[in-house]
Design a protein around this ligand. Sequence first.
Ligand code: ADP
Ligand code: MG
Length: 289
Amino acid sequence: MKIGILLSRIRIEEKLIFRAAEQLGVEIVRVDDRDLVFDLQRRDFPEVDIVLDRGLVHSRAEYTLRLLESWGIPTVNSYKATITCDNKFLTNMALIEHGVPTLRTMLAYTPASALQAIEEMGYPVVLKPNTGSWGRLLAKINDREAAEAVLEHKEILGSYHHSIFYIQEYVRKPGRDIRAFVVGDRVIAASYRKSDHWITNTARGGISERCPITPEIEELALRSAGAVDADIAGVDLIETPDGYKVIEINVGAEFHGLIETTDVDIPAEIVGYLVRKAGTVGAQPAAAG
Ligand SMILES: Nc1ncnc2c1ncn2[C@@H]1O[C@H](COP(=O)(O)OP(=O)(O)O)[C@@H](O)[C@H]1O
Ligand SMILES: [Mg+2]
């Protein structure tokens, strides 16, 4: 059994996965995305049974997953799931279509129409880059003056992906959100991420604490992962007066904060899942020619 792992920088999570694989007697083939060159019509990739994407550069990972899909090499997550989860709008659409509760979100394409949408939603609102992570470039906008300032900054200083305005209702949550970690058909762990700041990501100083996996959290997280076809995913939930809502789904999720809150061996669960999945799907032989 050989597992290929797509990598950019090696974080603590990747080191833990390597170690778990070694303990389980599973060979790991490291594939650094900086070394990859593809000749699109020729299948050329190390011989592996399955590939786990842990790349940090999303565009690279997406293209590589697409090639591997074409060559019949199973991947976790799939190309489609990865494309969807790397994009908050696509994720939200998949969740809505599967009846998963999400926050009211509006989409606009120009600063003027975005301002109109913000005014319609009512303050405060949250403006998010449609593609992004670690809580970066999230803006809580409390009034019209702030809205005008942020929109002008985005228009003049922002790169291309800031020309899509993703506008969301702001939730007064109880100083925390919830990260539920899905592996296959199970939620293996969940944590609260607590912070005095409204952005509770651990990358922004949020503290992880154990969160009991209630049937409701379990059901929502599994439905969310199912809606985007993700095998392994970190589902972010938020507590609102109307119950839990799903904010986003992370593929290739970090779990260093979560690990401290659970007895479950997350890296071993990941490797075990990959071994089982490789056993059932199996890599296809190379296409002739
Ligand atoms: N609409 C919202 N209302 C209140 N808090 C939010 C809202 N959206 C996000 N947050 C907070 O910001 C954090 C990061 O938001 P998220 O959409 O997951 O972006 P990222 O992809 O950067 O992690 C969440 O974990 C949550 O704490
Ligand atoms: Mg998040």
